[in-house]
Ligand binder design. Structure first.
Ligand SMILES: Cc1cc2nc3c(=O)[nH]c(=O)nc-3n(C[C@H](O)[C@H](O)[C@H](O)COP(=O)(O)OP(=O)(O)OC[C@H]3O[C@@H](n4cnc5c(N)ncnc54)[C@H](O)[C@@H]3O)c2cc1C
Length: 456
């Protein structure tokens, strides 16, 4: 097992802290790390794609499970796979698609592990139909504080607390997943432009869930009558009769791979100087170009599955744009019927002229039983902002208050700055989560910077 002392951050590169990182080669080595942990405890880490401090543990141990990445067995008849927690969704997709199956839920990046997807209970673009990731897990192996590995089944309190539990109930070592059947490696995609936020929400709901995968880019720098304008992209799995003649030769899934020299976002010119300072105005221009160059309405465009789900993985790393302080990702959800709150938040961000080039709106369906699972019926807005923006902390505290007052919540897996009292107000079942942890792990073996900051 390799061991080193490293400075770690999340994907947003805010708040670096130092920990001893262990990279076990098997379950026994992982168990030895948990048994031999020091007073600052241990937390599991996947690919470190969580934007905040969820997979860091200042002064303690970090159990990096990205090397435990075997795909143990695919039952191609039943659509079930057993795999290690360190397998990435990108790799799983590459292996499964030629067999006619897909991972059950695909978020906007394939570079997350199965363990991270369960611990964050990731929602995908078809949450209204499929729910979050853990709904498709039929069993998981959990390394608990006593150093034992337990098989944990759905329907138990431990399973529910582990789904979205941010590694605080133990380290997930492996999982059995139920897969989604597909008949081609292509998506049939429709794209449409919306002139303002009301128009965007109306387009989202029009046509019901006929195209089950849906998300929209929102121009959070547009103001006046264009406030909240955006581009809605929806898709469904293409059936063989939809495939063009040449598609047989490109059946599988071309890998989404980065190419140097590509623009940082589709359709955008480069942003010299990044999003801070005088060049911030360029962000508004970029949004304008993106909006204007997208089609008013286009239907039936065929795209390979990885290009549809993981387009951003093919682009160069955007983080240098956000400056040395890194980026804050802010993701919240408010229920249906709370659209006025969504409008107010969008207006506040637009009025502030915050340099926002990445903002994603989604619709969620029924929530999961996990006390810390994020997705709940309603709208979800996610945006990235430079952490060094003056006054950002106070501004986001104010947005937190709006969201909490509307009964909404901020996503813990992506958080890097929330206050503990706000988290407790947004997650009313936090006390239940703490009680389970206190029973299972009385000495607090599993801890992270996030859990200390928010008192989870
Ligand atoms: C570009 C980008 C796009 C993203 N898109 C989406 C999106 O569309 N939808 C969405 O919901 N999220 C999205 N995220 C967030 C990200 O998918 C989640 O935070 C995910 O959990 C990260 O997985 P990871 O393997 O990198 O885990 P890490 O970031 O390493 O860890 C995240 C959390 O999971 C825990 N964890 C990781 N592995 C294990 C394990 N084996 N056992 C127990 N706990 C574990 C960690 O302790 C930590 O609390 C995105 C992130 C980025 C950077």
């Amino acid at each position: 097992m390799s061991v080193d002392t490293v400075s770690l951050t999340g994907w947003g590169r805010t708040s670096p802290t130092t920990a001893v990182r262990f990279r076990p080669r098997d379950h026994e080595e992982a168990a030895a790390v948990v048994r031999g942990r020091g007073p600052r405890g241990v937390v599991a880490r996947g690919l470190g794609r969580s934007p905040g401090d969820a997979a860091q543990n200042a002064g303690g141990s970090v159990l990096d499970l990205s090397g435990l990445a075997r795909i143990g067995g695919v039952d191609a008849a039943a659509g079930v796979v057993r795999c290690d927690a360190g397998v990435s969704l990108e790799r799983l997709l590459r292996v499964l698609l030629p067999l006619g199956w897909l991972p059950p839920v695909l978020p906007g990046t394939g570079r997350v592990t199965v363990g991270g997807a369960i611990a964050s209970d990731l929602p995908g673009l078809d949450h209204r139909r499929a729910g979050s990731f853990a709904r498709h897990v039929s069993a998981l192996e959990l390394l608990t504080a006593d150093g034992e590995v337990r098989t944990v089944l759905p329907g138990t309190a431990l399973f529910d607390a582990t789904a979205g539990g941010l590694g605080l109930t133990g380290a997930i070592l492996g999982a059995t997943l139920r897969l989604r059947r597909v008949t081609t490696g292509l998506m049939s995609v429709s794209t449409e432009r919306a002139g303002d936020l009301d128009d965007l929400l109306a387009r989202f709901t029009a046509g019901g869930d006929r195209l089950p995968y849906a998300s929209a880019w929102v121009d959070l720098m547009a103001r006046g009558r264009a406030t909240g304008r955006g581009i809605l992209t929806r898709g469904e799995h293409a059936t063989p009769d939809m495939r063009p003649a040449h598609a047989g030769r490109t059946r599988l899934a071309k890998r989404a791979g980065g190419a140097p020299g590509k623009p940082l976002l589709p359709g955008l010119p480069p942003l010299p100087g990044g999003l801070l300072g005088p060049a911030a105005a360029a962000a508004a221009l970029c949004n304008e170009v993106r909006y204007r160059t997208s089609p008013h309405a286009r239907t039936g465009e065929l795209r390979p599955v990885p290009a549809f789900f993981h387009a951003s993985d093919a682009l160069p790393d955007v983080r240098p744009l956000y400056g040395r302080g890194g980026l804050v990702r802010y993701r919240f959800t408010v229920g249906y019927g709370q659209e006025e709150t969504l409008h107010r938040v969008v207006r506040r961000i637009a009025a502030r002229r915050s340099p926002s080039v990445r903002a994603v709106l989604q619709r969620f369906g029924a929530g999961a039983p996990g006390p810390l699972s994020f997705a709940a019926p309603g709208w979800s807005l996610e945006l990235d902002l430079p952490a060094a923006l003056p006054g950002l902390a106070r501004f986001l505290d104010g947005i937190d208050e709006e969201v909490a007052a509307a009964g909404g919540r901020v996503c813990l897996a992506e958080d890097s700055r929330m206050r503990p009292e706000t988290a407790a107000a947004m997650y009313p079942r936090l006390a239940e989560f703490r009680e389970l942890r206190a029973r299972l792990d009385p000495a607090g073996a599993f801890r992270s910077d996030l859990s200390r900051r928010l008192g989870l």
